[in-house]
Write a protein that binds this ligand. Sequence first.
Ligand code: AMP
Length: 396
Amino acid sequence: MKILVLNCGSSTVKYQLLEMPAGEVVAKGNVERIGEPVGILKHKTADGKCVEITDQVFPTHEAGLNKVFELLLAGTVKSLDEIKAVGHRVVHGGEKLTHTCLVDDSIIEAINGVYPLDPLHVPAHVIGLNVAKKLLPNAPSVAVFDTSFHQTIPEYAYLYAVPYKLYKEDHIRRYGAHGTSHMYVANRMAKILGKDIKDLNIITCHIGSGSSITAVEGGKSVDTSMGLTPLEGLVMGTRCGDIDPAILTYLGRTKGMNADELDELINKKSGLLGLSEISNDCRVLEEGVEKGDAASIRAMNVFNYRIVKYIGAYAMVMGRVDAIVFTAGIGENSPYVRGEVCKRLGLLGVEIDDERNDCHGKERKISTDASKVDVWVIPTNEELAIAQETFDIVNR
Ligand code: AMP
């Protein structure tokens, strides 16, 4: 059966049409710059055909999806009725939406209720859910939450040491993110090793423009570096990750910065960009490191060190580590970052094979055969994971 996976961002829609349960991608693409004077739509089909539209306006998500359906009907499907279900990526489920579920009006309302925790994504998700309902009335929608996988984190790891009533009344706690990706690569790791995931402790490192690390004990997330929002934890492209929270009150008092300005500072102007004053792109900074550029070296040193710190902490949390997985844009493509991180993991018995580590975007073991911990690069595939969850729910 054909399942459409939708990932609606504030001005983008990423999509994949998959034949399930085989997991074959029939068509995929993305619509960008929705609501801007000129949009972009890139569409690829399994037979290698590629369409790129750069001269049309997509005033709304619905307009973008209408064009996508037009392209699907021009060769991929004979009728939209062939699409049997739609899987939606939802970034934040809050406290109530804890598991993948079939979408009805009450679920859309509940997703809307998460707005204060995720103002960036919720409006786009709700539009996507309503558009799918309207344009594909016969296909059930399934919501897959990035936060679901982290529901198993114990209370002592998800609570912040702030007044408890902020948790009880305002739901302030660690929720984590990238859960679908962490779950996918952890399961894939178990499969590759030929072991039951229940018998494995894995540290999954999703390192991209947004980054997080998860401790996966016996197949369950027991801690993760992102928190109430996807800002906590690692250094990211433009996000600061962990900082002393007093920095914010200090800046508020001494520079008169308000909440919006502080939000912008820590979300958009920090991370690799803020530290290097050059770029948020790891590729650019790696080139700088190679040339001996001090600003690039400074930024990448902080970036790599923070990853080491989290891996070390999660090794202690689980007491034993069987495998470490690198995934996402940087994790899959940067032998430099993986090498710099792993060379500091000697205490765990990690030993990297430089030749194996010289790889990009491929599933590969990068540790030596003598290494006490298996280290792998596993490309993430959130769309496939969402399609699998959707398939399971609609066939239950
Ligand atoms: P993601 O958010 O997972 O798509 O990751 C995007 C980031 O991956 C980009 O901003 C780049 O910094 C990084 N990236 C992509 N390709 C490479 C590469 N070959 N080497 C280093 N970093 C890369």
